[in-house]
Design a protein around this ligand. Structure first.
Ligand SMILES: Nc1ncnc2c1ncn2[C@@H]1O[C@H](COP(=O)(O)OP(=O)(O)OP(=O)(O)O)[C@@H](O)[C@H]1O
Length: 357
């Protein structure tokens, strides 16, 4: 397995790009540790496939380098990169048995038959498919086909990286969580460098040690799931991650103080920079319903199982609050408190408060 470095990578599908809008990938600089589990997360069109194709070698980037350990692979063809890929749709041979399918990548490379048998048995045990080893693949359900496809991606232990491209797309929703946690478990056992591409925050946050969040060809934050939740670097991350996402509210600045509908709001720390469009960002989980504070009127209460989502109006701004305690009724006048250490200013989308040490 390998450490993967993407250095000053940019890509445009146009021959003579003139501005940032001509780049499908604006600039990415990241190092992924050998044996780590990583996710690329972003909505459709943000550049995930472009980046994946650059790593796998289907696309040569307009600028920058890709290194596997210290080896520059930027212009190597896909078959010279020694990568395993699992795609959206299962890639298996219907006429072969499950055992033959799992053995295929090894047999193809002339691995010793005894080693093949041992490795297929290990992977089949991890995937819990031992009882189907002699079944013909054509008879499998779509989720079992995708499991075998994943097994084929994991069976070789000499690859630099295993890449998953939206691998749960074809899986029934009620089976998704099973495969999601299976993949995490597989990573812990196999310890291969893995990159998981998805537009689904749950898949990314369940699987990865570190997530790269992308928007419009740009990396907006790289962080652990906890970092992305606790301190979004961009309103996009705050909104895209979390359910419901971060409240992004209009506000005014008076020196270093934020004023929201005429009320002073304490922030995590000093405000940086000047000008631009200012927003106040605070997650629903970091707002308390209390005796005093910002006056608000409750407009909706949803019981979502583990907690309530309360929607309230402060002036003409809608604010969402997550509470585990008894929720107030619709129409009630309440007071809200934004937790200062979790309340931030964003300038033109980017975080503009410093955390106090
Ligand atoms: N072959 C191409 N020629 C020109 N533009 C392209 C090409 N492929 C992708 N793009 C553009 O590059 C941008 C990034 O696309 P990309 O497919 O990498 O995003 P994505 O996040 O993988 O989206 P999806 O999940 O829908 O595939 C988009 O604006 C897309 O329209």
């Amino acid at each position: 397995m390998a450490r993967i470095t993407l250095s000053k990578l940019r890509h445009s599908y146009y021959p003579n790009p003139s501005g940032p809008e001509d780049y499908a990938l604006k600039e990415i600089d990241v190092t992924w540790k050998d044996g780590g589990a990583y996710a690329l997360l972003g909505p459709s069109g943000c550049g995930k496939s472009t980046l994946l194709n650059i790593i796998s070698g289907l696309l040569v980037p307009s600028e920058g380098q890709i290194l596997f350990d210290d080896r520059d692979v930027t212009s190597l063809a896909p078959d010279q990169r020694n990568i395993a890929q699992v795609f959206q749709f299962p890639v298996i041979y219907d006429t072969m048995t499950v055992r033959q399918n799992l053995a295929f990548p090894l047999k193809n490379r002339g691995v010793d038959p005894a080693r093949i048998e041992q490795r297929v048995a290990e992977i089949a045990a991890m995937l819990e498919v031992e009882d189907m080893l002699d079944t013909r693949a054509s008879g499998l359900s779509p989720d079992n086909k995708q499991k075998i496809s994943m097994g084929r991606g994991l069976v070789r232990d000499d690859v630099n990286v295993v890449m998953f491209d939206e691998p749960l797309t074809v899986i029934d929703p009620h089976l998704k969580w099973k495969l999601r946690s299976k993949l995490k478990e597989l990573h812990q056992r196999v310890r291969a460098t893995m990159i998981y591409v998805t537009h689904d925050q749950t898949e990314a946050l369940t699987f990865a040690d570190e997530v790269v969040v992308m928007q419009d060809g740009e990396v907006v934050q790289i962080g652990t799931p906890v970092e992305l939740f606790e301190r979004p670097q961009h309103t996009f991350v705050g909104h895209f991650i979390g359910s419901p996402g971060m409240n992004v509210l209009p506000c005014e600045m008076n020196g270093d103080r934020a004023i929201f509908h005429g009320h002073d709001v304490a922030l995590e720390g000093p405000v940086t920079g000047q000008g631009g469009t200012i927003r106040l960002g605070v997650r629903p989980e970091h707002i308390d319903i209390q005796e005093s504070g910002l006056p608000a009127r409750v407009t909706k209460v949803s019981d979502v199982g583990r907690h309530f989502v309360v929607e309230a109006m402060v002036g003409d701004s809608a604010v969402k609050i997550v509470t585990e305690e008894h929720a107030p009724e619709q129409g009630t006048e309440v007071h809200l408190g934004f937790r200062p250490d979790k309340t931030r200013i964003y300038r033109d989308g980017w975080i503009a408060t410093e955390a106090r040490a």
